[in-house]
Design a binder for this molecule. Structure first.
Ligand code: C6P
Length: 410
């Protein structure tokens, strides 16, 4: 039996150069990880190494640099395939990020499969990226968008969902973990129920990919999308996973180089998967660095990271509950390390400025989930989201800074 390594948060912190910096003369406390995580040195080095050692276009040239760059790019694809438990590397499409992935499915699958009167189901919890692309394609195809309601804490109403599902439902596109509240949705049940009606399921994994063990085959989701920048990787790149037979049947999303087999003015034939969906020169250096980010997570252990983050979540929840007038929104058991809260008589934006003065970075506002805020009857929240490199001491600093800010603002 291999011995389990103890979780060493200091060792992890040392790998993130940005954590050494000061903000407003104070040590940076970075609690905006749900927006984007910081990057370990290895990821920064991987990007640097690509440009300084093997920069070349991929899948085209017959020279050493092109071969090396192509090999690294394709290694990253295999690494992603394993990270999410896909069956085939052809099922992994590199995108610009979560938003891009959802737009590809909504446009390409939607144009080919949606007809007048067909229904698409999303939920009240969705990020704008999983609302607007479906609104656009629904309008174009004459399809109908239905919304799963939530209770006052943000928990999905599954009974309402069951009633909504019918033979007309063609797609159920759901946020796996709420970015605004941190709640984990019961996606296994949603997928099972949807498949019983022959509807496909897309999971928006932007917030789940970093915290939860993802196995797309066990989940049996039809599409899964996420962004590299929230899993300690670079910005501007992400992943669309789709079941092979579905991607094969979908028309290309964009036309151009790389996605073709043969072009003539009379007729163009399209390339095989995954290249059919990767038109043009991709963001090669950043895609290569996705593998480095995944290696970092594997090395530290996703489960160990989750346990540490859960500990931070519990600690912060207990501390924040003691602050008078503070209400945690989405205060349920099944969640990841995201705490969203409102404070009586305090505007989130004023609070964020005072916290920033103490070197503490949080996100405030609607978190790109305006319909959710409307349903909850609030303008926005203050959101602290924790990563593997955060500490209990940093939470103590947040609590102190909050108490100080509340005194000033009330
Ligand atoms: N949420 C947040 O602060 P992109 O921008 O394409 O990488 O990801 C969009 C997106 C889609 N779905 C969910 C659930 C998300 O959380 C996000 C990004 C950030 O909550 C920035 S708005």
């Amino acid at each position: 039996m291999t011995e389990k390594k103890p979780f060493d948060v200091e060792k992890i912190r040392q790998q993130f150069p940005i954590l050494q910096r000061k903000v407003k003369g104070k040590d940076l406390v970075y609690f905006d990880n749900a927006a984007t995580s910081q990057k370990p040195q290895a990821v920064i080095d991987a990007i640097n190494s690509y440009y300084s050692k093997c920069n070349a276009n991929i899948h085209r040239g017959l020279h050493t640099l092109a071969d090396e760059a192509t090999a690294k790019y394709e290694e990253s694809r295999v690494s992603v395939k394993e990270f999410i438990g896909a069956a085939w590397h052809q099922e992994i499409i590199f995108t610009k990020g979560t938003t891009d992935g959802i737009n590809i499915v909504a446009s390409s699958w939607g144009r080919a499969n949606l007809n007048s009167g067909d229904e698409i189901i999303i939920s009240t919890l969705e990020h704008h990226s999983n609302i607007v692309p479906w609104q656009m394609i629904a309008e174009e195809r004459g399809a109908i968008l239905k919304i799963i309601p939530i209770d006052d804490e943000g928990v999905l109403d599954l009974e309402a969902f069951k009633k909504m599902l019918s033979e007309k439902t063609k797609m159920v596109s759901i946020i796996h973990v709420s970015n605004a509240l941190g709640i984990i949705n019961p996606v296994e049940e949603i997928i099972k129920l949807s498949h019983e009606k022959n509807a496909l399921v897309l999971l928006d994994g932007a917030q789940s990919a970093v915290h939860l063990a993802i196995d797309v085959q066990a989940l049996d989701c039809d599409f899964f999308v996420f962004s590299a920048h929230k899993i300690y990787g670079p910005t501007g790149v992400g992943v669309l996973y789709g079941k092979k037979h579905l991607l094969e049947a979908m028309p290309p999303y964009q036309g151009g180089g790389e996605m073709i087999k043969e072009v003539s003015f009379e007729k163009t034939t399209y390339n095989e998967l995954p290249f059919k969906f990767e038109a043009g020169t991709p963001n090669i250096g950043d895609v290569i660095a996705i593998k480095t980010a995944i290696d970092f997570i594997k090395e530290e252990g996703k489960e160990a990271m989750r346990q540490h983050e859960d500990h931070l979540l519990m600690y912060a929840t207990e501390k924040l509950r003691t602050i008078e007038g503070l209400k945690i929104i989405g205060d349920v058991l099944n969640k990841v390390s995201v705490i969203s809260f409102v404070i009586d008589g305090v505007h989130p934006q004023d609070l964020a400025i005072l916290l920033d003065n103490q070197g503490i970075a949080v996100r405030t506002g609607h978190h790109c989930a305006q319909p959710l805020m409307k349903r909850l009857g609030i303008v926005g929240t203050t959101r602290a989201s924790f990563a593997a490199y955060n500490t209990v001491e940093e939470i103590d600093k947040l609590v102190l800074a909050l108490n100080k800010a509340i005194k000033m603002l009330k």
